[in-house]
Each structure stands twice: as structure tokens, then as C-alpha cells.
Write a new protein. Structure first.
Length: 284
């Protein structure tokens, strides 16, 4: 080693250590250069699979690549490489109090008994429709009104809140497009998918033995009305938090009792009442 060092000193030769290879990020232009250089598709695909890449796989870009002779197998490898780099979809939360975090579609109540959390309210489907005041209706030849009521099983809801002015959040399908194809609580065989709190009415439910009832129509000699009566409807305000997510708050204090958000009913009279969906809760 000493004689070799003396030789370098005498001759003035300098030996440079090789630089480490610079990291390369493949792009559409890189692929075209490799193709034009005669590199095989197999080698290009292997390079795509093993090196960093930032490909433009928009429709226009793919058409341009095809026009420059890039084969379908190479283009498919580019698309797969992009898909492999895509971040995983955000996980869904059932109880996060933050409405900016994705939740499964549905109606939630913000509970704060220990720590703030969301609680999803499952809807209840009416199990029967009833008529009331039929004796007066018949006795007066239809002058007195006959009411149509929807009956909901059980005397109390599963969801209970101590708040007289609870905060609700509606997460519609638009709030999480990645799961919009899943079974939605906003749509059924005879109920069109809802997309706004405007399609709901907040009502008080009348406790009866083994059930709760809500008046959803009336009929007399002058005609019939279907839907929640104005005097039975409780007002609420709502604000758009982000696309598909609304914050809903009653405008008046709710006395202890049974309540529910009832979705607009298709059909008419008893047929419509039988399809009613009620997101019910109890104020204690």
C-alpha cells in the first residue's frame, strides 16, 4: 500500500470514490424515455414496481402515453403503482364527538354524561297505523275530524338524554362517499334517500301502554291531510358543518318525555303511516 501511495504522489493521479446513486422518481416522461431507448416492457414494469414513482394516470395522460407507443401492460403497472401509494381510507368512528371525523351515515346525538361522545340513534319502524276519533267522525257525518296515528313499539326509547336541548348530527351519504354504496339508514324499499334535515319533523310521542303514538294525518268531510300536523311539530335549527353533515338543535327546551325525528312519508293515509321511520329518543 505504501509503494502504491508513493506512485500516486509521484504521478499526481487522483482516484475519486464513486458517488452513491441518486434516488430517482419515475414519471410519465421517464417511462417514455425508457420505451424509446428500446428497454423491454418486462424491464420497465420491474423498474416501476421497485422504484419511487409519481405518475399522472388521468384519462388524458393515459391517452398520450398510448399514442407514444406505451403498451397496455406498462400503463396498467403505472396505475397499480399509483393505487398502491394511495393512503388507506379514513376509518369510521361511531362515537367521536368531532363531526369532521367520518362517521357511518345516520343520526347521532351528542352525549356528555362523562366525556363528550356521539351516540347513533337507530330508527324505529312503525308497527301499525291506527285511527282515532272515528266515533265522532261517524256521528257527525264526517264533520268532526278522524285522526291517523302511527304506533311505535315500547313505551320508551333506547336512547336517553338528560339534556332539554340536545345537539344532534345528521350524517348523510354525501358525508362519506367511500361508503355511500353501503346499506343506508336514509333509504329503504319505499323511502327515498334523505339528504337534508328539512326532510324530517321533530315531534313529541304520546306514551301509551306498550307503545308510543304520533299523529300523522287527519280526515273529515272536507278532505284529508297526511303528514305531521303543524301544531304537533317542534321547531329546530340546523347548520351545515361540511358536505353531508348537519348540526341540528331544537329551538325550545324539550320537557321530559318521548320524542323522535320522523322522516317524510311517501304514500297517503294509512299506507304512508305504515312506512314511517322514527329516530326516537327520551328526555329525562
Amino acid at each position: 500500500m505504501g509503494r502504491f501511495a508513493n506512485y500516486l504522489a509521484v504521478t499526481g493521479l487522483v482516484i475519486l470514490a464513486p458517488y452513491p446513486a441518486q434516488a430517482e422518481t419515475l414519471s410519465n416522461d421517464t417511462i417514455v424515455l425508457l420505451h424509446n431507448a428500446g428497454i423491454s416492457d418486462e424491464a420497465i414494469i420491474a423498474k416501476i414496481a421497485n422504484e419511487d414513482a409519481e405518475f399522472d394516470t388521468s384519462t388524458d395522460a393515459l391517452i398520450q402515453l398510448s399514442g407514444k407507443g406505451i403498451t397496455g401492460s406498462v400503463i396498467a403497472a403505472m396505475i397499480e403503482r399509483n393505487a398502491a401509494k394511495a393512503p388507506p381510507p379514513s376509518s369510521l368512528s361511531l362515537d367521536s364527538p368531532d363531526p369532521m371525523i367520518p362517521h357511518p351515515a345516520g343520526l347521532y346525538i351528542l352525549q356528555s354524561d362523562a366525556a363528550p361522545r356521539m351516540h347513533r340513534i337507530d330508527y324505529t319502524v312503525s308497527n301499525q297505523a291506527k285511527t282515532g276519533g272515528i266515533f265522532g267522525y261517524a256521528l257527525t257525518g264526517g264533520i268532526a275530524s278522524m285522526s291517523i296515528k302511527v304506533a311505535i313499539a315500547n313505551e320508551s326509547a333506547r336512547t336517553i338524554t338528560p339534556s332539554k336541548r340536545a345537539i344532534f348530527y345528521f350524517f348523510f351519504d354525501e358525508s362519506n362517499p367511500a361508503t355511500a354504496s353501503n346499506v343506508s339508514p336514509w333509504a329503504g324499499a319505499t323511502v327515498a334517500a334523505a339528504a337534508s334535515p328539512n326532510e324530517f319533523s321533530l315531534i313529541g310521542l304520546m306514551p301509551k301502554k306498550g307503545r308510543r303514538e304520533a299523529r300523522v294525518g287527519s280526515m273529515n268531510i272536507g278532505g284529508s291531510k297526511m303528514g305531521v300536523m303543524d301544531k304537533d311539530r317542534l321547531s329546530f335549527d340546523y347548520d351545515l358543518v361540511r358536505p353531508g353533515v348537519y348540526k341540528v338543535t331544537p329551538t325550545v327546551d324539550l320537557s321530559p318525555g318521548e320524542y323522535g325525528f320522523i322522516q317524510a312519508m311517501p304514500g297517503a293515509a294509512v299506507g304512508g303511516a305504515m312506512t314511517a321511520r322514527v329516530f326516537d329518543f327520551t328526555v329525562k
